[in-house]
Design a protein around this ligand. Structure first.
Ligand code: GAR
Length: 230
């Protein structure tokens, strides 16, 4: 049994696509995208999900009480038997009740090396502009557990990416995004394997998947730490 993953996305959903490609079209994958939720009905992520018959829903956030958003989100996550939640370009603060229900089972990807260049308002090209303005020579994505504050949960994995002298926010964003597409499925796979390893069946099929998908990362992935709640 693979771990059923929900992806929350507000935008184009290229990270969602990377996970769909890694898991949903491959036999024996340790995880499977089983639900997509967006706050915007125009989000490209919804189309990408529906193209592969993955259930995709809009939970509007603007102007609604947090309790209502939380109830709608939790109902969807429970109805689809979700074990792990991955935020991928989701630009809203997740309601506290949802974070509590999925504590240690909800992760986010951020396009800079946290704890630098994170926090409220730091998303998309703003992050890369801040990196360029700082003069940093290295940037890269971070995957971290989600807490009630933006970008503050414990860091699970990071992947350094060089900042080049002639970079613009756009060229830098594109270089980091390519690495995000590689890193995020690996982290989700590692977390899924971590969750299922303790269960009765050995996950031999999943380890084959990992070696096939990322032979050079197979070692690294075993070093990824489980959540403190595990
Ligand atoms: C990604 O670069 C992700 O790291 C970033 O939004 C982009 C979404 O792209 N997230 C944040 O900035 C969170 N603070 P995508 O919709 O193509 O996956």
């Amino acid at each position: 049994m693979s771990v059923r993953v929900a992806v929350l996305a507000s935008g184009g959903g290229s990270n969602l696509q990377a996970m769909l490609d890694a898991f949903n079209t491959v036999a024996d994958a340790p995880a499977r995208i089983a639900l997509v939720i967006s706050d915007r009905d125009s989000a490209g992520a919804l189309e990408r999900a529906r193209a592969l018959d993955v259930p995709a829903f809009v939970v509007p956030v603007s102007g609604r009480p947090e309790a209502e958003v939380a109830a709608d989100t939790l109902e969807l996550l429970e109805r689809h038997a979700i074990g792990l939640v991955a935020l991928a370009g989701y630009l809203r603060l997740v309601p506290a009740a949802v974070i509590r229900a999925y504590a240690g089972r909800m992760v986010n990807i951020h396009p800079a090396l946290l704890p630098a260049f994170g926090g409220k308002g730091m998303y998309g090209s703003r992050v890369h502009r801040a990196v360029l303005a700082s003069g940093a020579r290295v940037t890269g994505p971070s995957v971290h557990y989600v807490t009630e504050n933006y970008d503050e949960g414990r860091i699970i994995a990071q992947w350094p990416v060089p900042v080049l002298t002639d970079d613009t926010a756009e060229t830098l964003a594109a270089r980091v995004l390519l690495v995000e597409h590689r890193l995020y499925p690996l982290v989700i796979a590692a977390l899924a394997l971590g969750r299922t390893e303790r269960e009765a069946e050995p996950r031999a099929a999943s380890f084959h998947w990992l070696e096939h998908a990322a032979p050079d990362a197979a070692e690294m992935i075993h070093l990824i730490q489980p959540s403190p709640l595990d």
